[in-house]
Write a new protein. Structure first.
Length: 511
């Protein structure tokens, strides 16, 4: 009995799990703060050469070692701004990492089950299965598509252009294919299968790079331009909702707006929740805001809470963006569509009535709908906060006529962590997928102008006030992704589902 127990413990601490953990750490290093995107091509090799004996455990270990360092900043959000004790913050962070790691575990289990039962090599199955589970992770339980493997290409100018074909998921597919081919070479040496797999992956990778090079050289038709002013107020999070600091906040935004207008900005943009009060109300504060467009002679797009009376004499609240004309009159309002669970609303609120939200502000927010804001014959599509990590929302705005995407966000929650950079990188991918300019304005940074090729211009520093003026094009140049959307992950889901059905059929037949 003692010998059996010792063998069990040694089995649990087998080198397989260490190699899987190494893959997770290498994968995390492909993202900020390290930002070594090239690791996306090789990070999964230790996992793939060690996972066959215990695929789910290895996949889960890899996922845990990936998400834990990638999302370390959640502890800053929950302790510094959410008021949670460190113990509960770490517990919540680990629970989320465990949940996300399950997708890695399931993907590896299905991949190696297909290999063992149906002799389908991971080279042929894993790219599809990986993308299928990435898509599920971004969809189930409101979705959390943070850290998709395809984002490792964001600083590779040629390769990232392929995102306008099948989105970030297409790049994930290509990264996993390369990892699978290299792992097969390690295992099979120069066998015929390994050579064919490596040659095929190199051919597809070369084709993607060539496509990217041609896309960068393509000029396209001349589009009208607009000069925008990004107003980064740098308001400390603990001051934002404190009425004692309200006048100081408004004075700062007015001063920075005047600076941007003097430098030629035609549209002034303030970040998410720049006005921590209802601009709809006739108050001293709202009148000061309405005066700024009149004083500058410029349109103003800003973020703030809003409310709407319902038929049952109740009110719904929204995290909104308001567009004001140069005369101070409202040109429209766009409400945030994808809300942050436990941040802007409590899921299953009637059952979890004892759970408080992490953020300060009014009661539970309600989701809005796609509603581009019209200005001088052009439409603005507004992505509020982390809506920019959801490819379908940006695509819906562009397909509904938006000529410019604007990302209003408040990244003060993240402190001086790598999260603002991670969020900016994901926003850059939305510009490529839709071949459209994005103006990103963050309360404490990073604000930037993002070109349709994913290049970020005029980036601001973290926790500094700034007024950045730059020129953007109005209009989208079109892309395959805009037309077909997430067809690749849909196909991957169908193929993965078919793989599960085949496994069930063969297991029943052999039982």
């Amino acid at each position: 009995m003692k010998n059996l127990l010792n063998r069990y413990r040694l089995d649990r601490l087998s080198p397989d799990l260490f190699l899987a953990g190494l893959s997770g750490l290498l994968l995390a290093a492909a993202f900020p703060p390290s930002g070594q995107g090239w690791l996306g091509f090789v990070a999964l090799i230790p996992l793939l050469i060690s996972a066959e004996r215990r695929p789910f455990a290895c996949g889960f270990t890899c996922g845990l070692c990936f998400f834990a360092p990638l999302l370390y900043w959640l502890n800053i959000v929950m302790t510094s701004y959410g008021g949670l004790a460190p113990f509960f913050s770490v517990a919540a962070w680990l629970l989320l990492c465990v949940y996300l790691a399950l997708f890695f575990g399931a993907a590896l289990w299905l991949t190696f089950s297909l290999k063992q039962q149906l002799h389908i090599l991971p080279l042929l199955s894993l790219p599809f299965i990986w993308v299928a589970f990435e898509y599920l992770r971004g969809t189930l339980l409101t979705g959390f598509p943070w850290g998709l493997l395809g984002y490792a290409a964001v600083d590779m100018p040629q390769l990232r252009q392929a995102a306008d074909l099948f989105g970030v998921y297409g790049l994930s597919w290509l990264f996993v294919l390369c990892n699978s081919a290299l792992a097969l070479v390690f295992q099979k040496r120069l066998s015929r299968t390994a050579v064919l797999g490596l040659a095929s992956s190199l051919l597809l990778l070369s084709a993607a790079y060539l496509y990217g090079q041609l896309a960068l050289q393509q000029a396209g038709d001349e589009l009208p331009r607009l000069s925008v002013g990004l107003v980064q107020g740098n308001i400390e999070q603990h001051q934002k909702w404190d009425r004692n600091y309200r006048q100081q906040t408004l004075d700062r935004y007015r001063r920075l707006s005047l600076t941007a207008a003097a430098e030629g900005a035609e549209l002034l943009i303030w970040p998410e929740a720049a006005t921590p009060f209802y601009i709809q109300d006739d108050s001293i504060d709202s009148r000061q805001v309405l005066q700024i467009p009149r004083e500058t002679g410029r349109a103003l797009l800003l973020g703030g809470p809003s409310y709407q009376a319902n038929a049952d004499q109740d009110f719904s609240y929204h995290n909104s963006a308001f567009l004001l004309g140069a005369d101070g009159r409202s040109l429209g309002r766009s409400d945030k569509i994808h809300l942050v669970p436990f941040g802007e609303y409590v899921p299953l609120g009637k059952l979890l009535f004892f759970v408080n939200k992490l953020v300060s502000g009014v009661g539970d927010f309600s989701p809005g709908t796609v509603n581009p804001l019209a200005m001088n014959g052009h439409d603005l599509g507004v992505l509020i906060c982390y809506e920019a990590i959801f490819p379908d929302i940006a695509r819906d705005y562009v397909n509904n006529g938006s000529d410019l995407l604007v990302n209003l966000t408040n990244d003060a929650w993240f402190g001086r962590s790598s999260a603002p950079r991670q969020l900016l990188d994901m926003t850059r991918m939305r510009a490529i997928e839709n071949r459209i300019w994005i103006a990103r304005v963050a309360n404490t940074g990073i604000s930037a102008l993002i070109a349709p090729d994913g290049q970020a211009f005029r980036e601001t520093a973290l926790f500094e006030e700034a007024a950045v003026v730059g020129s953007v094009e109005l209009g989208s140049r079109g892309s395959l992704y805009r037309r077909v959307g997430d067809i690749l992950p849909a196909v991957c889901l169908l193929l993965s589902g078919a793989g599960i059905l085949l496994l069930c059929y063969f297991r029943r037949r052999n039982s």
